[in-house]
Ligand binder design. Structure first.
Ligand code: CMC
Length: 427
């Protein structure tokens, strides 16, 4: 195959290089296009645009493949620990025992949060959405560690990354506990990362904490499944904010805000609310299927469809099995699971969904597990954010190490041409 693409614009022909990835994905390198032709490309929503080269995550939406650094999501979700996956994503290889122990100890050392950040947390109304609080507190961390902004050498970068990995789970637990009216916890450094997260969240002040292995294992899997997903909306946000050298904490705070939306991470909250609405309405799934297909109705079947997966979402397959297992092990019989399964069954044989290649995505079943763990629905996207943290960090680090230029798309201007200013009395 030739490694050139030819583009004909009116009478002139421009030759552009083809770039091939390690999984034979082909991209046309248009970086010289404007210089050669004074023309740009237009691609709202970036459906056909590669924003960077990346060696972190591979995704094949047609075949339903997801791999972190070459390892399949199926294998990682069944065999790995979230901290191992975080190390893999950020530093490129699975850690050996010593590397993992060092990572874990370095995180524990940095897990203390300045007491003054608690004052900021307490100044939010209790009704504030946890994603807004988490994003603000993550930004707030900059004020307590201003040296983490301008970092270029590996050592400072490591320090900033570890600070985030250490402090965000504490903030997640704080946001959750404040919402529940529980005293804030600082964690237990004798425990592993996810065990500690579970204890920080679920410990009660008036009774001895006993770890539930089903809960820890479910959290571990959910965090791994959410850990990275290449250039999605929030990760692209982290990369673009970071490209201005805004610093890691500010970039991740922006990523949290992007994840909040219900077309992205906020879908997990939207799914459970939708399932509850269907249940309250009498459980008629067909009625909601019709609403989803009706173009005059803004209702969409939340947890269905994906920008990239056009066959199935491999994470959804894993999570569906996990939801069954967790509910079984915790002895919960949630009718919402039956509604979800009913909707999935109907959608899989419905022409509207088949034609548009709409399948359940990762968030269709994740909320059912979080609900079984008694986590309130407003917290679901916060859990997603904690899972996505290593991915955001890995992309931010890759972007900085590769010295990528500032992200600054162009546009096709469709507004007014030059007009004469008219004084207010003449308007
Ligand atoms: N219910 C009903 N119709 C849908 C849905 C849905 N969930 N998703 C897409 N469609 C239709 C859409 O109306 C359009 O129809 P038409 O061609 O007739 O105009 C067609 O399918 C293509 O949709 P699109 O919005 O152009 O596709 P997109 O790639 O821009 O959007 C999406 C992808 C995930 C935003 C969208 O499928 C959606 O809104 N899904 C529901 C929200 C959701 O579950 N989001 C979580 C995504 S997975 C977690 C994450 O990584 O963020």
């Amino acid at each position: 195959m030739s490694n050139k693409a030819k583009l004909k614009i009116n009478d002139s022909e421009i030759e552009l290089n083809l770039i091939e990835g390690s999984e034979q994905e082909i991209g046309i390198d248009i970086s010289s296009l404007r210089l050669k032709s004074n023309v740009i490309t237009l691609d709202p929503g970036y459906k056909n645009t590669g924003s960077c080269k990346s060696s972190i995550t591979f995704l094949d939406g047609e075949k339903g493949i997801l791999r972190y650094r070459g390892y399949s999501i199926e294998e990682l979700a069944s065999k790995a620990d979230f901290l191992e996956v975080a190390y893999l994503l950020i530093f490129g290889e699975l850690p050996n025992k010593q590397q993992l122990e060092k990572l874990s100890n370095d995180i524990k050392e940095r897990s203390i949060i300045d007491e003054d950040l608690r004052i900021i947390l307490n100044s939010f109304p209790k009704s504030a959405h946890p994603m807004g609080i988490l994003s603000s507190l993550t930004s707030g961390l900059v004020a307590f560690d201003p040296s983490a902004v301008n970092i270029d050498d590996e050592e400072d970068m490591y320090d900033a990354i570890l600070n985030l990995l250490a402090k965000i789970p504490v903030l997640v637990a704080w946001v959750y506990r404040r919402r529940k009216g529980l005293p804030l916890e600082y964690g237990d450094t004798s425990l592993a990362y996810v065990e500690n997260l579970a204890k920080m969240m679920f410990q009660r002040p008036n009774k001895e904490y006993v770890q539930n292995d089903t809960i820890v294992s479910a959290l571990n899997k959910l965090l791994i499944l959410h850990a990275d997903h290449e250039q999605n909306c929030s990760t692209s946000t982290v990369r673009i904010v970071g490209s201005s050298y805004a610093g890691l904490f500010a970039s991740v705070a922006a990523g949290i805000s992007a994840l909040w939306g219900r077309l992205h991470g906020g879908a997990n909250q939207a799914v459970i609310e939708m399932l509850e609405e269907i249940q309250k309405d009498g459980g008629d799934t067909k009625k909601f299927m019709s609403k989803a297909k009706d173009k005059s109705d803004p209702f969409r079947l939340m947890g269905f469809g994906h920008r990239v997966y056009k066959n199935f979402d491999p994470r959804a397959k894993i999570i569906k099995v996990e939801a069954d297992k967790v509910l079984n092990e915790l002895g919960i019989n949630d009718p919402i699971l039956d509604i979800a399964k009913g909707l999935e069954k109907e959608a899989l044989i419905d022409n509207y969904f088949i034609e548009r290649k709409l399948y359940p995505n990762v968030d269709f079943y994740s909320g059912i597990i979080y609900k079984a763990l008694e986590i309130p629905s407003e917290m679901f996207t916060v859990m997603f954010a904690l899972g996505r943290l290593p991915g955001w960090v890995a992309h931010w680090r890759e972007m900085r190490i590769n010295k990528e230029p500032i992200g600054r798309p162009r546009q096709i201007y469709t507004g007014e041409k030059l007009r004469k200013f008219s004084e207010i009395n003449n308007r």
